[in-house]
Design a protein around this ligand. Structure first.
Ligand code: ZN
Length: 96
């Protein structure tokens, strides 16, 4: 079974995480440090660390669980999250 991806919601205990993530995304900063975000909300160094940890798990189900937990903790963005926050993408979606 593929793990369910939990995205922080607008209310409840995850609100602080979501607010912190939104702030970092708006600032274009890595979720783990102050460097510019490159991929999945992380700078190149932290993305490499995340990717290495993810690939090191091997088992696909456990890797999906690891990724979901990392997303829920606000230490990596869900795939497509940055694009959703991009004003051009929002505008394009609104007119299409
Ligand atoms: Zn970083």
């Amino acid at each position: 079974m593929i793990g369910v991806i939990t995205v922080p919601t607008a209310s409840g205990p995850n609100k602080n995480i979501k607010d912190a993530v939104d702030k970092k995304v708006r600032a274009g900063e890595c979720l783990q440090c102050k460097k510019p975000a490159a991929k999945r909300g992380l700078c190149s160094k932290h993305h490499a660390q995340f990717h290495r940890a993810l690939k090191g798990i091997g088992d696909q189900t456990k890797a999906a669980e690891f990724e979901a937990k990392a997303i829920a903790k606000g230490i990596v963005l869900a795939k497509g999250y940055a694009a959703e926050k991009n004003d051009y993408a929002k505008l394009a979606a609104a007119v299409s």
